[in-house]
Ligand binder design. Structure first.
Ligand SMILES: C[S@@+](CC[C@H](N)C(=O)[O-])C[C@H]1O[C@@H](n2cnc3c(N)ncnc32)[C@H](O)[C@@H]1O
Ligand SMILES: [Zn+2]
Length: 314
């Protein structure tokens, strides 16, 4: 099979699949045709369009657990530690925008897996304009950017029906994407499927941000855990963003729409010390947070979003 999109062919050929039936794809004129269900997909010079074209039914192995089993699986978010043996990259060296809002930190990047061989492949699911690509490439892995829309992604596809074979990737990354999707549980399961056993899944999810770009399912600390858990992932780290509280998000994302992002930011920063004064004990002494129910301490009850590091068990 030869992917018509020449530049991408060596990278994508072994991993793309029909999003409808999972069948292999073969060239058919300027398009790709599914060997399993006869669906055809457009293939341009720089981009494959592997978005689902007809409805498909999906069933998921949801696990409904007794209450005590649910409670015992709950985890308190903690500040993400720096992984000293991991990738040491300061995202501010790339572009300030990468670290604003619910973005990257040095700590989060230090959990990215590395590949000196350059053989492994990573998926940036919901890559948008690929702003994280330069940092993701520091892993040494080959980069595949996929999004539901836009001219920048290598592949157009939907998270609910990923157009890749099982176990295609060593690393899956999503920066504030899953709450935008229509069926987050299906998306999480798809990410699990396309990751190799032992592969890593890192990302962020929005909580107290105003809705934006058709976001739907903003999620709490427990919700992030449940989504990961239901899909089969093992959670390594969960962190509430401490620099991007709901207050910052609300103001900067348009509370006073006639004021600039910067002015809204200044108002947020003026109120921030008041909040930190109130929540001081909880910030300074994690044990003080233990008096709150799991997932409802500071700052997880008032954060703009969460960061997580998870693995698909080997
Ligand atoms: C908040 S933007 C984040 C973009 C990018 N990750 C970044 O940080 O710059 C959310 C992205 O999710 C994409 N998206 C929304 N629903 C999707 C779906 N069902 N499957 C794949 N991508 C989706 C949007 O097109 C958009 O690019
Ligand atoms: Zn098919």
């Amino acid at each position: 099979m030869a992917v018509p999109t020449q530049a991408l062919a060596p990278l994508l050929e072994p991993i793309v699949a029909c999003p409808r039936c999972g069948g292999g794809l073969g060239p058919d004129g300027g398009a790709l045709a599914c060997e399993g269900c006869d669906e055809r997909y457009p293939a341009g010079e720089r981009q494959l369009d592997l978005r689902l074209r007809r409805e498909k039914a999906v069933s998921l192995p949801f696990r409904v657990r007794p209450l005590d089993a649910v409670a015992s699986r709950r985890r308190r978010p903690r500040p993400l530690p720096l992984n000293p043996s991991g990738l040491q990259v300061d995202p501010t060296a790339y572009a300030g925008r990468l670290t604003s809002g619910n973005g990257l930190t040095r700590e989060l990047v230090s959990w990215f897996p590395r590949d000196p061989s350059g053989e492994r492949v990573l998926l940036d699911m919901g890559c948008g304009d690929r702003r994280v690509e330069p940092v993701l490439r520091q892993t040494g892995m080959r980069y595949v950017g996929m999004d539901i829309d836009g001219s920048e992604p290598d592949v157009l596809g939907i998270g609910e029906a990923l157009p890749f074979r099982d176990g295609s990737f060593d690393f899956a990354f999503t920066l504030s994407v899953v709450p935008h999707t229509t069926e987050p549980a299906v998306v999480m399961r798809e990410l699990f499927r396309v990751l190799k056993p032992g592969g890593r899944f890192i990302g962020t999810m929005e909580f107290l941000e105003p809705c934006h770009m058709q976001s739907r399912h903003h999620v709490t600390a427990l919700g992030v855990q449940d989504w990961l858990d239901t899909a089969g992932f093992e959670l390594l780290h969960l962190e509430a963003n401490r620099r991007w509280l709901g207050l910052d998000a609300l103001l900067q994302m348009g509370f006073f729409p006639r004021l600039s992002w910067e002015t809204n930011g200044r108002i947020a920063r003026a109120l921030d010390p008041l909040h930190r004064l109130q929540a001081r004990r909880s910030y300074a002494d994690p044990a003080a947070n233990e008096r709150y129910p799991v997932g409802e301490g500071f700052p997880e009850r008032i954060t703009g979003g969460f960061r997580f590091v998870a693995d698909r068990p080997a």
